[in-house]
Ligand binder design. Structure first.
Ligand code: ZN
Length: 492
């Protein structure tokens, strides 16, 4: 009996108590969050009051899948102009962005501190970048930063980023040099020789620091770009030179270091001269191919027997299109009213569709030379099929006309490759080696010494020296009585 009222009383107190506690918790939570909001927004405000808001703009680049982000601020005291690439791949974008943000924030912070101390001179920050595309499909982005804080200390810095937009791969120098310490040692040695031979750098070298910087360790050579023709290394200002030398750059031609490169980064056409088995394959292929061409020709001969004594030559240009070289070649061909055949890479047609269209409009024959120049004999049938199919598709899309002939990269051919296409496979009998010597005189000399009626001449419309040699080549062949036809029109 005595417990009942007591119990009732306890329940009442518990009830009031728990209400009070709940209210207190709610108020506490609200206060906590509003306080956080307040401090967050107040720090935002203070940032904005110091540096004017920036403008961000996104535009397309000339490279598919790559956009250019431009961020500018016209702040009186700490203006900046920043450009960097953006892809559809998050990891790549984040790595670029974290570098950009770090650089920008450092600059803004330095300028803010300086301003607080009654600084008067305004700063400068410019970040821009260059894009290089290697034949393997890998991009190198070279980001160059130049900053001026407090009117002194002009700093420049170069950082490189890599991406293959198709595979999302981000290569390192270890990949390029085939993960071989021996290759690294060779490259380190070459870099050192070049730096010491460079009259603009040599006087400013601090030798102890140079030795440290070029010790053959992977991370010493991680700041690099892979261009179509060179492996380029960037070093830091003051890393091993005094200020006058700026940021030292060393460019090594890929042809000079072929043996040190992984297979996929070896220069185009190199495998052809080093792989004897492939060449033997080609010769058998060449004969088979001539037979099949002969068959095609037999159907045509009835209409063209009367001109069969005419001397003919088929000029072929591989690995393009190229924005300037191909155009120069087209102009020279037009001058001589010459028709030729262009074996194009799908990846390059994709970048320069308007050049491919120019080739088609000038009436030349369109050839398929694979998507990005792999050795097809080392690939599965399915991958070979896609290389050829994708290339034919992009050629037709860009020019409105189909590729009518196929030439495998390096002339490397086997049954698997042959089974993947219905296009006639076209090789050559005169190799100008223009990719190797890059010399207009030599290109002309090789043509003079090797061309006969019915010859197919191999050249590349990606080298300036080839374009420069063409006028003399056409002049010579014309004087010898040759007419210039496409490979499909060649009488054998
Ligand atoms: Zn080629």
């Amino acid at each position: 009996m005595a417990t009942r009222p007591k119990k009732r009383h306890n329940i009442w107190i518990d009830f009031v108590f728990s209400i009070v506690i709940m209210v207190l918790i709610t108020v506490g939570v609200l206060l906590f969050f509003s306080d956080n909001n307040k401090s967050a927004s107040s720090s935002d405000n203070s940032d904005e009051s110091e540096i004017q808001p920036s403008m961000i703009e996104t535009i397309d680049s000339n490279y598919p899948g790559i956009k250019i982000i431009t961020e500018t601020s016209n702040d009186d005291f700490a203006p900046f102009a920043i450009q960097y690439p953006q892809s559809i791949h998050t990891d790549f974008n984040n790595s670029i962005l974290s570098y950009i943000d770090k650089t920008k924030n450092q600059y803004i912070q330095t300028m803010s501190t300086y301003k607080e101390n009654n600084g008067k001179i305004h700063g400068e920050l410019n970040i821009s970048f260059k894009t290089y595309l290697h034949n393997s499909g890998h991009y190198s982005f070279v980001i160059q930063t130049s900053s001026l804080s407090k009117g002194i200390d002009r700093l420049s810095e170069i950082r490189t980023f890599h991406l293959n937009p198709d595979t999302e791969e981000r290569i390192s120098i270890v990949d390029v040099l085939d993960n071989s310490e021996e290759n690294l040692i060779n490259i380190a040695h070459l870099v050192r020789t070049q730096l010491e031979d460079n009259q603009e750098v040599r006087p400013y070298i601090i030798i102890d620091q140079l030795e440290d910087a070029l010790e053959p360790k992977w991370n010493h050579f991680s700041n690099f770009a892979l261009t179509e023709e060179e492996l380029v290394f960037y070093f830091d200002q003051y890393q091993f030179t005094v200020e006058e030398a700026g940021t030292p750059v060393v460019k090594i031609p890929l042809l000079q270091i072929t043996d040190n490169l992984s297979q996929q980064f070896k220069p185009i056409e190199q495998a052809k001269s080093t792989d004897n088995i492939t060449i033997e394959d080609n010769q058998t292929e060449d004969i088979n191919n001539e037979e099949s061409l002969q068959k095609n020709k037999e159907e045509k001969t009835t209409t063209s027997t009367d001109v069969s004594n005419e001397k003919q030559v088929a000029l072929t240009f591989d690995d393009g299109p190229h924005p300037t070289v191909t155009r120069q070649i087209l102009a020279t061909l037009k001058k001589y009213d010459a028709k030729a055949t262009f074996f194009m890479l799908g990846s390059r047609v994709d970048y320069y569709p308007e050049i491919a269209k120019d080739v088609q409009e000038a009436g030349h024959e369109l050839g398929n030379h694979s998507w990005n120049h792999p050795d097809l004999t080392k690939m599965s049938g399915e991958r070979v099929f896609n290389e050829i199919k994708n290339t034919s598709n992009v050629i037709e899309k860009s020019t409105g006309q189909q590729a009518t002939v196929f030439r495998p990269p390096y002339g490397a051919n086997n049954e698997t490759v042959k089974n993947q296409t219905d296009l006639p496979i076209i090789l050559w009998d005169v190799d100008t080696l223009d990719w190797k010597h890059r010399n207009a005189e030599q290109t002309l000399a090789i043509v003079k010494n090797n061309t006969r009626s019915g010859s197919t001449i191999l050249m590349h419309d990606i080298h300036q020296s080839t374009a420069d040699s063409l006028d003399n080549i056409l002049q010579f062949l014309k004087s010898e009585g040759y007419t210039f036809v496409t490979v499909s029109d060649l009488e054998q």
